[in-house]
Ligand binder design. Structure first.
Ligand code: MG
Length: 244
């Protein structure tokens, strides 16, 4: 109702303006609706965010292998680390559109190369992989490097850090929309800042991020945030999400 009111008011003002041919400054100044207040502090989740990892436990997560509520990944020093072979983890809660912050690092001890070095992944709605990979002089296919939408879209640039240093991903995600018959109405989009640098700019998701073969578009509803066990000791910290 408020939006309609503003639109009608704006059109009314525009009509008046065309009659009078001149706007006053206040004619285009709105005082409602008033944005909600969110308090912020450096290196902390905004006050309205859902904290998915606060450094102490994985209570917000389940194992994606067997759904168990105590994922075996290792927690230490306010971080947690993949426990290879135990499978990925995903949030208990599911999400549609959101803003997400996550910090990750590949192991200091460099082992393997290409896709075999510091590989994990962040699954948007449990389906679309934003790649996590050691990007310190680690050659691989570009649509599989850190910051890529896996096998779909390379990052705009490589926001490189040395192995063992913490990376940040700040993500704005809009879920794809499907009609009641399961047909795609609007593709999902994702914007990603990697270490503060834009690497995906409103990128359209073409479908599932397959290791082999082309993306598949499948209708779905809300989904979890997933993290991949790719056998490497990738660590995570400071994870929070704001449903939009
Ligand atoms: Mg991966």
């Amino acid at each position: 109702m408020k939006r309609q009111f503003i639109l009608i008011a704006l059109l009314g003002v525009a009509g008046m303006a065309s009659a009078q041919t001149k706007f006053q400054p206040q004619d285009t100044e709105f005082y409602e609706p008033v944005p909600r207040v969110v308090s912020t502090k450096a290196n902390a989740a905004p006050s309205d965010a859902i904290v998915l990892f606060d450094g102490t436990n994985l209570n917000a997560w389940v194992s994606d292998k067997d759904g168990s509520t105590s994922p075996q990944w290792t927690i230490a020093n306010n971080t947690f680390t993949v426990k290879p072979g135990t499978g990925g983890i995903q949030t208990k809660q599911t999400f549609e559109d959101f803003q997400l912050h996550i910090e990750w690092k590949s192991p200091e001890l460099i082992k393997g190369e290409g896709q075999g070095r510091g590989n994990s992944g962040l699954f948007l709605q449990g389906i679309y992989e934003l790649q996590i990979l050691d990007n310190n002089n680690n050659k691989t296919y570009t649509n599989g490097q850190a910051g890529s939408i896996y096998k779909q879209r390379p990052p705009l640039v490589e926001a490189r850090k040395a192995a063992g240093e913490w990376h940040t991903y700040d993500i704005v995600y809009t879920a794809p929309r499907f009609n009641k018959d399961g047909h795609l109405i609007k593709k999902g989009t994702v914007t990603v800042l990697h270490n503060g640098v834009l690497v995906q700019n409103n990128t359209e998701l073409e479908g599932t991020t397959e290791f082999i073969g082309l993306p598949k578009m499948k209708a779905h509803g809300a989904g979890p945030i997933g993290l991949q066990d790719h056998g490497d000791l990738v660590s995570f910290r400071n994870i929070w999400i704001r449903p939009l």
